[in-house]
Design a protein around this ligand. Structure first.
Ligand code: ADP
Ligand code: MG
Length: 593
């Protein structure tokens, strides 16, 4: 057979390997979670691809993951019957970093100040395949892809900047399909090769993997064996009967080894919500989405009727990679299953509108075809109905957070996702009624703590008809605007719209609870103190003055008018009723520059 070929790792992998190998990270057991999750991904991939390429399944094999331990030699093997890897895939997948989890880790590491390596990050992000080197000094991956007729062996050692790939030639080691990882444990990690230890770890970390995980366990059963009677005893017990030879039974334990199903394979969304704890939901979330923070909220529901599906949805604790990022609808946040089979997590607004694309979760439908394609998804009436329900549930969940006793939860939510809701005002008229109660703003009477529109309405004066706002670039400049004077004098509250998107969002809403939003910087502001007679008189008296000022200013202003909105400033510049507000003009300018 051809000799093994040697390859160098990509520089990032080398660096990562160094970090892992020399890490003092004590929670080394995370390696198992990572390797099982890869095995599960490989099974998912095969199941999905085989819907359209049935020849991939020509080997009839159960879909499962098997973990065997050899404690005398300190070896763990993890075998899956998934998609496996071709030779090229081995090079691409295990010699370079293109993968999400690991890439995320490296980025976080770069961001973290001590580039010497923050040990905690390894546990938080998971370093994928390479976490094997937390416990092993040699890792052998023997893998057979149904796309290749050969089985290949990847062999890598800790403290080595290269690895080898060769063909599997040992007939004992051939597998029909899938991947077998052999971990040769480091001296100080040999304890992991105890069957009970592995069993416990699988139970802890991988209870939500939807394929059966078997571990190799020692078992015992008791059996009765017949033994010849002790002659001495026989004499004392059976003194009267000396003719028959008495036989006696004894209980012995027979020991043997066998595969034992170690995880619960019923997917969490198929279970009865009454029997699932909050911890279960959170664990499932962390496992499924590679998250280390608990979600802010979750919701488990089944819908029946026209379209039937089950779902578990989550609101994450933080927005992905900084809240200033543009809102990206192409997240991998929703995992669609059809009849339990994982179909796709690659959506572009089909199941959630872009402004809600931060919601994570799983959806399982019995009404869609297994080979559902992007086109089908986009055109399907079923999907449209699902989307409506999902959106409604997402809003219920967010409303739940806003009503929580812990005010900090909603503050955290709004800090991360307030922008998304405002975008929703602009993009989703149909849901204005759901979005508006969730909005929060600062105001002339609450400069530090955000208030809701409901709180504003409650605080309205008995004769106040409208909701007043002023858009500005900061609280300080909003506070100091002359427009505020009369309103402040009359103790009327004014919302401060200081986020650039606020004004457009409010203008899209137009009203809340039948009260119009009114920009106090626009002309014709009516704060309910009209005295027509007096106004007319004053207007007449100063009409010449106004004309004169207008002439002097030339084309710089459209009009000069007498106003009753000021109390201490002599004059103010306002925008026309139908024109852009000063704030909007500022934004437009910023955009065209
Ligand atoms: P990630 O799982 O985030 O992609 P990993 O470092 O865990 O990153 O794995 C890297 C890649 O190696 C995977 O994306 C996959 O293509 C491949 N891989 C790892 N383990 C297996 C396996 N058991 N079967 C098939 N492919 C695997
Ligand atoms: Mg992985």
């Amino acid at each position: 057979s051809p000799p093994a070929e040697r390859y160098e790792y990509q520089a990032e992998v080398s660096r990562l390997m160094d970090l892992i190998v020399n890490s003092l990270y004590s929670n080394k057991e995370v390696f198992l979670r990572e390797l099982i999750s890869n095995a599960s991904d490989a099974l998912d991939k095969l199941r999905f691809l085989s819907v359209t390429e049935p020849e991939l399944m020509k080997e009839t094999l159960d879909f499962d993951i098997r973990i065997q331990t050899d404690k005398d030699n300190g070896i763990i093997t993890i075998t899956d019957s998934g998609i496996g890897m071709t030779r090229q895939e081995l090079v691409d997948c295990l010699g370079t970093i293109a993968q999400s989890g690991t890439a995320k880790f490296l980025k976080a590491l770069k961001d973290s100040k001590d580039a010497g390596g923050d040990n905690n990050l390894i546990g938080q992000f998971g370093v994928g395949f390479y976490s094997a080197f937390l416990v092993a000094d040699r890792v052998v991956v023997s893998t057979k892809s149904p796309k290749s007729d050969k089985q290949y062996v990847w062999d890598g050692e800790a403290n080595d900047s290269s690895y080898t790939i060769s063909e599997e030639t040992d007939p004992e080691k051939l597998i029909p399909r899938g991947t077998r990882l052999t971990l040769h444990l480091k001296r100080d990690a040999k304890d992991f090769a105890h069957p009970e230890r592995i069993q416990k770890l699988v139970k802890n970390y991988s209870q939500f993997v939807s394929f059966p995980i078997y571990t190799w366990q020692e078992k015992g059963y008791t059996k009765e064996v017949e033994v010849d009677e002790d002659p001495a005893e026989a004499k004392t017990d059976n003194q009267d009967d000396k003719t028959e030879k008495k036989r006696k039974t004894k209980t012995v334990v027979e020991r043997y080894w066998d595969w034992e199903l170690t995880n619960e394979t019923q997917p969490i969304w198929l279970r009865n919500p009454k029997e699932v704890t909050k911890e279960d939901y959170n664990e499932f979330y962390k496992n499924t989405f590679n998250e280390y923070l608990e979600p802010l909220a979750s919701s488990h529901f089944t819908t029946e009727g026209e379209v039937e599906f089950r779902s578990v949805l989550y609101v994450p604790a933080v927005a992905p990679s900084g809240k200033d990022d543009i809102i990206n609808p192409k997240t991998k946040n929703i995992r669609l299953h059809v009849k339990r089979v994982f179909i796709s997590d690659d959506f572009d607004g089909e199941l959630f509108p872009r402004y809600l694309s931060f919601v994570k979760g799983v959806v399982d439908s019995n009404d869609l075809p297994l080979n559902v394609s992007r086109e089908i998804l986009q055109e399907s009436r079923i999907v449209r109905i699902m989307r409506k329900r999902l959106v409604r549930k997402a809003f219920d969940m967010i409303l739940g957070i806003s009503m929580s006793d812990n005010r900090g939860d909603y503050e955290a939510f709004y800090d991360n996702f307030g922008k998304h809701l405002k975008l929703g005002c602009i993009e989703d008229r149909e849901n204005h009624k759901r979005i508006a109660p969730l909005l929060r703003f600062l105001s002339s009477q609450s400069e530090e703590e955000l208030i809701s529109l409901d709180e504003y309405v409650e605080n309205m004066k008995p004769d106040q008809k409208d909701i007043y706002y002023i858009a500005s670039d900061s609280v300080t400049s909003a506070k100091n605007t002359p427009f505020l004077e009369r309103l402040a004098e009359k103790d009327l509250e004014v919302l401060f719209l200081v986020d650039p998107i606020d004004e457009v969002a409010i203008q899209s809403l137009k009203s809340y609870k039948e009260k119009n939003f009114v920009d106090i910087s626009k002309e014709d502001l009516d704060i309910g103190e009209k005295n027509e007679e007096k106004d007319k008189e004053i207007k007449q008296e100063f009409s010449q003055t106004c004309d004169w000022i207008k002439k002097r200013l030339g084309g710089k202003v459209a009009n000069v008018q007498i106003s009753n909105r000021l109390s201490s400033s002599p004059c103010v510049l306002v925008s026309g009723k139908f024109g852009w507000s000063a704030n909007m003009e500022r934004l437009m300018k910023a955009q065209t520059m």
